[in-house]
Write a protein that binds this ligand. Structure first.
Ligand SMILES: [Ca+2]
Length: 77
């Protein structure tokens, strides 16, 4: 389980280039944090997370999309 604040801080840490989106490369660059995302979303691979939730053509996920994924897994407190 995670609060919105915890998720936001996780998201900001993952977003290395600070463009407001987390790309697949950024997920791969932080395997430890990706593992936390996996456990909070119940989706094991970054590829699957992005294909299910990223609306952008470039395959990056926004904070709102990540939040939705965690909410769908009933892990947002
Ligand atoms: Ca980014």
């Amino acid at each position: 389980m995670a609060t919105e604040q915890e998720l936001q801080s996780l998201f900001d840490t993952l977003d290395g280039d600070k463009d407001g989106k987390v790309s697949i490369n950024e997920l791969f660059l932080s395997p430890g944090l990706s593992a936390v995302i996996s456990s909070e979303t119940g989706i094991s691979s970054p590829q699957e997370l992005l294909s299910r939730y990223a609306s952008d053509e470039d395959g990056s996920i926004t904070f709102e999309e990540l939040k939705q994924a965690v909410k769908n897994a009933s892990n947002l407190t």
